[in-house]
Design a protein around this ligand. Structure first.
Ligand code: MRU
Length: 375
């Protein structure tokens, strides 16, 4: 997608010709104030980038981890070397399942290969995971865009479609396009008049800082609101549709996403507004069935993200300020689970389905296990 009028991706592989390929990320901790590209030279760099949230968003975490394994082959391509890098990467962020999916995919492929071939295979495989993510997101965009086009048609074309989103489920959270925002970009590029309510997404403000920055880059009309304004907007009829991303969706269609998603789904249901989650296949945890959503590990992060707010002062310097009394305890839960019953539909790369086991398995029949099919 576009940054300052130029196409960019959240992660790319630089192939300098006179040296080995180098993954390059955007340091998202500096946005929206500074756009800085950072080269990842080692698996430790990749691990740090995920842990410190220089890269974040479930699909991008997965792609970065894949490149992390590729970088590990450069230092120590032995089985032990790769398994140790995998352990370190898997320990970075517990909730998004794409991380586990990507690391497993890399190891499954690499451990079968002769040691001398591993580096080349690994970079090819990681680049392939990144490319596949782009295609998945482009396709989610087309299916989600259709939902927005239908809403626009029903509105008779005389007003903008009002979309409410949460956190950042845009191209910065994936390799390109995004998931929830891919629908917005697809519809916007096809001429649908729309406006996005951007929920700021405390405590790290991925909505205010990242989603607003992305939408501005693509020229999509938007307004940032406090998270607590979402219910009011829904009640007064200022939202046609809510679309969010997901970090892990169970086989039963329960969606784990950034903290605050559940409250939006509850309010949307109360107000009769459709609520969709954009779900890439690799974000589905097929190991979790009905009632298993409680076993999703909910990341608990540093309390300083709650007790402090980071931003740019009038002197142009970026710093953090404390907003709670010294000594007041804080808690920082990163994600919540929205039960399938509150979700109108899941927008996947293969189409839109009901948030249910039947819905997901109809779109991904290869994931119906033989035991399940028999029983
Ligand atoms: O903590 P983050 O910023 O990694 O959380 C990101 C989200 O919750 C996104 O909504 C989710 O990863 C889906 S993004 C395509």
């Amino acid at each position: 997608m576009r940054v300052n009028g130029r196409d960019a991706r959240s992660i790319r592989l630089d192939e300098p010709g006179n040296g080995p390929p180098v993954p390059v990320i955007i340091d998202q901790t500096l946005l929206p104030h500074e756009l800085r590209f950072v080269a990842l030279q080692t698996a430790d760099d990749a691990e740090r980038a995920i842990r410190q949230m220089q890269v974040r968003g479930a699909p991008l975490i997965g792609a970065t981890a894949a490149f992390g394994i590729a970088l590990a082959t450069r230092a120590d391509p032995s089985d032990a070397g790769l398994e140790s890098a995998a352990r370190a990467l898997l320990g970075t962020r517990p909730t998004a399942v794409n991380l586990r999916w990507a690391v497993r995919d890399m190891l499954d492929n690499l451990l079968l290969k002769p040691i001398g071939d591993r580096e080349a295979v690994a970079f090819e495989r990681a680049a392939d995971i990144a490319e596949r993510d782009v295609e998945i997101c482009r396709s989610i965009g087309r299916h989600g865009g259709d939902i927005l086009r239908r809403i626009a048609e029903a509105a008779g074309g005389d007003r903008s479609v009002q979309v409410l989103t949460h956190c950042n489920a845009g191209w910065l959270a994936t390799v390109d396009w995004g998931t929830a925002l891919a629908a917005v970009y697809d519809a916007h590029r096809s001429g649908v008049p729309l406006h996005v309510w951007v929920s700021e997404t405390r405590p790290r403000n991925q909505g205010a800082g990242l989603t607003a920055w992305e939408l501005a880059g693509e020229g999509v009309p938007h307004t940032v609101v406090a998270d607590s304004a979402s219910g009011h907007l829904l009640r007064i009829g200022r939202v046609d549709v809510v679309i969010t991303g997901t970090d892990r969706t169970t086989r039963a269609g329960d969606v784990c996403n950034k903290i605050g998603t559940y409250m939006k789904a509850v309010a949307a249901r109360d107000c009769g507004v459709p609520f969709y989650a954009a779900v890439p296949g690799p974000s589905i945890d097929w190991e979790l069935g009905d009632g298993d959503e409680k076993s999703i590990p909910i990341e608990e992060r540093d309390g300083a993200e709650v007790s402090e707010v980071r931003g740019m002062g009038p002197d142009g310097r970026v710093s953090s300020v404390r907003i709670t009394p010294v000594g007041s305890p804080v808690a920082n839960f990163g994600f919540d689970v929205t039960p399938a019953r509150l979700i109108t539909g899941l927008v996947t790369e293969r189409g839109v389905c009901e948030a249910s086991r039947e819905g997901l398995e109809a779109l991904f029949p290869e994931m119906v296990s033989r035991k399940d099919a028999a029983g």
